[in-house]
Write a protein that binds this ligand. Structure first.
Ligand SMILES: [Fe+2]
Ligand SMILES: [Fe+2]
Length: 481
């Protein structure tokens, strides 16, 4: 980062500090005030936007970088030639811009271009352009979170579908619903710094669906981190999208990607592929991530399968096995919270250790230094469940909601607290809230080490079977499960 760049950032920070003296925090300043109107599209405008985007296939994807000072970029192109370049500036006219170069690699029949931008300062609005050889795109903007607070919006099961037997023009329709949902979420939570998507982004795992997933215009401004769901495993295209930091390559890592981690301020996000049942892989990944981030105060897991669900609790036969695989890891390494999807029903557990409730959160909205791990399940964007399913009687569940609407969650980390607020999408009604205060540092132990080894053997068998199925499918041999 050059000196002028640092000086402008310092000026921005000084203005933020001045505003905070008058009681205006930087997160209260809307960084996207000028572009919100470009996010909103009626059906006709969307049809034009989406068909144009499908012709140019020119959609840039922003993913949180390795830490809050980085931002990862990726986009696809038909040609490999030309070094992928991103220009970053604190000015809308891109003056004083700094250049970052990346690399291109094969992505199916196209090429994936990936660039990592480093040296970002907190509480700033940055402008960027990108391209091959020359960053000749139109300037767009993103913001960075405050040094002592940030907010992530967590949702799941977006289910973009390119299946005309399901619905005519389903690709455009499901992408438009996602576009509108994102606009609503980010407009109702202007402090949001990034989005978390807990799997099943693409119903058929197709490139066209992943393109639809990244097509909403708000994603030119707000980064998104996703994990692999069972639907991503129906094809091989998920891995060609996004620029995930700190990817772990294990013995059973899928062809489409695996576990990865990033940090934001004092929070370590551990994103895991629950379709890979090798707990040996996941254990090593978690150990490596924690070793690289010994000072992280919070540990947040994200994986697709709901180990503990709400209304549709543990309905899949593999959930019990996944509990056996993952629980020793979450318990031994003191995860604060684990975010999931898959059931499409909202749920939040009590404090769990292994398979036992260690702290009852019935009617509780404020806790300090809790024992155990909280597990959450989000709902779906395009496949909202109806409200006819009976209430869960599972003893692990503290809160479940059966509402004929999407429920998503904001997670705000500030000082010693994590504030969890869950809202309905349509009305922005607060349906669940919990604030966790934490003064303890996380502990690592090997209390369940023997169980981890046992689960490791089970999981390796499970994942090898999965890997063979994946290989057969890749060879064109259809396996139906
Ligand atoms: Fe799903
Ligand atoms: Fe799923």
């Amino acid at each position: 980062m050059n000196r002028t760049f640092k000086k402008i950032t310092a000026t921005t920070l000084a203005i933020m500090l001045l505003l905070s003296c008058f009681g205006v925090s930087s997160s209260a300043i809307d960084p996207f005030a000028e572009v919100r109107s470009s996010w909103a599209m009626n059906q006709e405008e969307w049809n034009t936007y989406f068909s144009d985007a499908r012709i140019t296939k020119d959609v840039v994807e922003l993913t949180p970088g390795s830490d809050e000072s980085q931002m990862n970029f990726s986009w696809q192109s038909d040609v490999e030639e030309g070094t992928p370049v991103v220009m970053i500036s604190l000015n809308a006219d891109m003056t004083e811009a700094v250049e970052f170069k990346g690399e291109a690699s094969m992505a199916g029949t196209r090429f994936s271009n990936k660039v990592t931008v480093t040296g970002l300062e907190a509480s700033s609005i940055y402008y960027y352009t990108y391209g091959k050889g020359v960053a000749d795109s139109e300037p767009e903007r993103f913001r960075t979170g405050d040094a002592d607070s940030f907010t992530a919006l967590y949702c799941s099961d977006v289910h973009i579908s390119n299946d005309s037997t399901e619905e005519p023009d389903s690709l455009s329709t499901t992408s438009y619903k996602w576009h509108n949902a994102l606009n609503k979420m980010v407009n109702d939570n202007i402090e949001a710094d990034f989005i978390l998507s807990a799997g099943d982004q693409a119903s058929g795992g197709l490139a066209s669906e992943m393109f639809g997933f990244y097509s909403p215009s708000v994603l030119r401004n707000v980064p998104i981190a996703s994990c692999i769901g069972n639907h991503e495993k129906k094809a091989y295209d998920y891995g060609y999208f996004g620029n995930k930091p700190n990817e772990y390559k294990g013995i059973s890592t899928s062809y489409i990607g695996g576990d990865y981690w990033f940090t934001y301020n004092e929070v370590l996000f551990l994103v895991m592929d629950s379709t890979n049942g090798s707990s040996v892989d996941h254990l090593r990944f978690v150990q490596d991530a924690i070793k690289a981030n010994p000072d992280a105060k919070w540990r947040v897991g994200m994986l697709h399968h709901d180990l503990y669900g709400g209304a549709y609790s543990r309905a899949d036969s593999d959930n019990a096995l996944l509990e056996a695989l993952f629980n020793p890891i979450f318990s031994d390494y003191d995860f604060d919270i684990v975010l999931a999807g898959h059931s499409h029903y909202y749920g939040r557990t009590h404090g769990m250790e292994m398979d036992a409730v260690v702290e009852d959160y019935t009617g509780v909205s404020d806790i300090t230094n809790p024992d155990g791990t909280i597990f959450m399940v989000s709902t779906s964007i395009n496949r909202v469940r109806d409200d006819t399913y009976p209430e869960s009687k599972d003893e692990s569940i503290a809160v479940n909601k059966i509402i004929n609407d999407t429920i998503y969650t904001s997670l705000t980390f500030e000082g010693d607290s994590m504030e969890i607020n869950s809202y309905t999408l349509a009305e922005h009604e607060l349906v669940d809230t919990l604030t966790v205060h934490k003064t303890d540092a996380p502990e690592n132990d090997d209390e369940f080490f023997g169980f981890t080894i046992f689960a490791g053997v089970l999981g390796t068998i499970y994942s090898l079977v999965n890997k063979f199925i994946e290989l057969f499918r890749k060879m064109g041999i259809e396996i139906k499960l």
